[in-house]
Design a protein around this ligand. Structure first.
Ligand code: GDP
Length: 298
């Protein structure tokens, strides 16, 4: 199911109820059930759906409603608020805010194919267009061609980059790149890392080594919107190792339901900061939970 379909289905469930002449508790329960089925089919974690079900249910208490209360409004608001909570479980966690005139190192982690390298360039351009001096460091020495890909993207976007075709230790390359750019007074230094290894342990060890070498101000996990039920376990494993502080969900323009990726947010308690909306460098949007849910519901 595509993300838009999920929105349409939830919207339809709410509209059917609020338009019906028989707006009683039974009909309300039916709406909640339909919303929960839609979320489950979109791969939202079953435990989260359970929490949402209870919260919506308890936010409208039919027995104690004053006669003049606008039930439709109340129900619409309850559904909206719970969906916002679902995509933003920690509204008090402030997203990372880089400052001008000071170097900020951002390290990107995530599985190969998630869209890391593409997102690194998008993010560098995002900050560049806001007046920051931004650059890229390729610390993926595992995949042949990784540096070339970053170089190509960076050149196209006119963003300075650093990498090595001969150095095989990614932590060394990362450190060299970050030190060089710090000396040159860059303000946003984005470090791209490998997303694959012969063994998962080696990948995780490498993340720790790079983190130790460059001491990032923010580590961001890049997640493909099409990741399904395995999102929770995977993001937890990454979180336990790299303790990332933010998530970027890519490919929200595709045919993915997005529910798995959304569940990763709750599993790790970290906010989504941006979403990828296409392959082009400009296809990156700042994530705003309310706006996202508004758009989802059409
Ligand atoms: P990496 O292995 O994690 O570095 O992934 P890449 O950056 O190489 O991206 C893998 C593929 O996903 C490429 O074909 C990208 O163009 C594509 N991609 C990345 N982000 C998006 C997005 O937001 N939307 C779409 N449609 N494609 C994306």
């Amino acid at each position: 199911m595509v993300l838009q379909d999920l929105g349409r289905r939830i919207n339809a469930a709410v509209s059917d109820l609020t338009r019906s002449s028989n707006l009683d508790e039974k009909a309300f329960d039916g709406m909640i059930k339909e919303i929960c089925s839609a979320l489950l089919e979109a791969d939202v974690n079953v435990r989260l759906v359970g929490v949402l079900r209870k919260s919506i249910k308890s936010s409208v208490n039919f027995k104690e409603l004053a006669p003049n209360v606008n039930k439709k409004r109340l129900i619409q608001k309850a559904v909206f608020d719970e969906l916002v909570k679902l995509v933003d479980p920690h509204p008090h966690t402030k997203p990372f805010n880089p400052k001008k005139g000071k170097p900020s190192v951002i390290m990107m982690v995530g599985l190969q194919g998630a869209g890391k390298t593409t997102t690194c360039t998008k993010l560098a351009r995002h900050y560049q267009s806001r007046g920051f001096k931004a650059c890229l460091v390729c610390a993926d020495t595992f995949r042949a061609g990784a540096f070339d890909q970053l170089k190509q993207n960076a050149t196209k976007a006119k963003i300075p980059y650093y990498g090595s075709l001969t150095q095989t230790d990614p932590a060394v390359v990362a450190k060299e790149g970050v030190e060089k750019f710090k000396k040159e007074k860059f303000e946003i230094i984005i470090v791209d890392t490998s997303g694959r290894h012969r063994q998962e342990d080696a990948l995780f060890q490498e993340m720790v080594d790079i983190q130790t070498a460059v001491k990032p101000d923010q580590t961001i996990m890049v997640l493909d919107a099409s990741i399904g039920q395995q999102a929770e376990a995977q993001s937890k494993a990454f979180y336990d190792t790299a303790a990332f502080g933010a998530i970027i969900i890519t490919k929200t323009d595709g045919h993915a339901s997005g529910g798995g990726a959304i569940s990763a947010v709750a599993a790790t308690g970290t906010p989504i900061v941006f979403i990828g909306t296409g392959e082009h460098i400009l296809d990156l949007e700042r994530f705003a939970p309310e706006k996202f849910v508004q758009k989802l519901l059409g």
